[in-house]
Write a new protein. Structure first.
Length: 267
């Protein structure tokens, strides 16, 4: 399956990253279940990815409890596509807006199609660059009855960005009640020489402060995390940052909120 967005990412390009490799990468971390996050294959292969992952989720002993499937809210046949996959284990949907054509979210179909997710009880994952956070906030306000999950702590520009600017945007979008935040991705936005706990700590702690313990979920960001680190390092950093926190709050971040937001059976 082709993923052209990885062409300039040597550690990702050309590596299929099979399910067996995920099992090896997560061994010993305490991860016992997962939701597959769509990986944005080239058009029209994203539809094949959805069906392939569903098959994986039904294999005996699979850790995959469901998936966040790729979709095209700007398309005329958005709901017809969702009807076609309604029998699959779909826990939510995503369209990565920072790799989508400019103006995708302004298409006249985009917001009305997202609003239709309310009747399907499906959340929508928002993956945007930090500079796009105001656009993401507008979308969430235009769809007040849809649950959104902001990916990767709003993709802060950790290497050379303005921490105060990111904080301002995060505080603003966190005030929208139907938005949760995925604590993930931050190591990938570090440089290799500063991909460590102390670099990412202020971003994680501030995101949790903004959204509160009932509106945060943890994500592995594997295999993208391997750009600068590893899944085991990310898990270790998470546990270090959470080490003094109440166990109930830790459980909310690590699995309980995901079970609620993505409509999973308790793990």
């Amino acid at each position: 399956m082709a993923y052209s967005w990885t062409n300039d990412v040597p550690c990702l390009h050309g590596n299929p990253y099979r399910y067996s490799e995920y099992l090896a990468a997560s061994e010993g971390t305490g991860i016992t279940a997962t939701i597959f996050m769509e990986c944005t294959p080239d058009d029209p292969l994203w539809m094949e990815e959805t069906k392939f992952v569903d098959e994986l989720s039904h294999e005996p002993g699979s850790l995959i409890q469901g998936q966040i499937a790729n979709c095209r809210p700007e398309s005329d046949d958005f709901n017809e596509y969702l009807d076609s996959i309604s029998d699959l284990r779909i826990q939510g949907l995503r369209r990565i807006l920072h790799v989508a054509p400019e103006g995708t979210s302004d298409h006249p179909n985009f917001v009305p199609n997202l609003r239709s997710l309310e009747k399907r009880n499906l959340p929508f994952d928002l993956c945007v660059f930090e500079k796009q956070l105001p656009m993401a906030e507008r979308i969430t306000k235009d769809c007040p009855n849809v649950q959104f999950v902001l990916n990767h702590c709003g993709v802060p520009e950790i290497q050379d960005g303005d921490f105060e600017s990111w904080k301002k945007s995060m505080r603003s979008i966190s005030e929208v009640d139907n938005v949760a935040c995925k604590i993930s991705g931050v190591l990938a936005y570090c440089s290799e020489d500063n991909a460590n706990t102390e670099t990412i700590r202020p971003y994680i702690e501030y995101a949790i402060e903004c959204f509160g313990w009932d509106r945060v979920v943890w994500g592995s960001d594997w295999p993208v995390v391997t750009m600068t680190s590893s899944l085991k390092n990310w898990v270790a950093a998470t546990r270090e940052i959470l080490s003094s926190e109440d166990p109930e709050n830790q459980a909310k971040l690590l699995h309980k909120n995901a079970e609620r937001i993505y409509h999973l059976k308790a793990l």
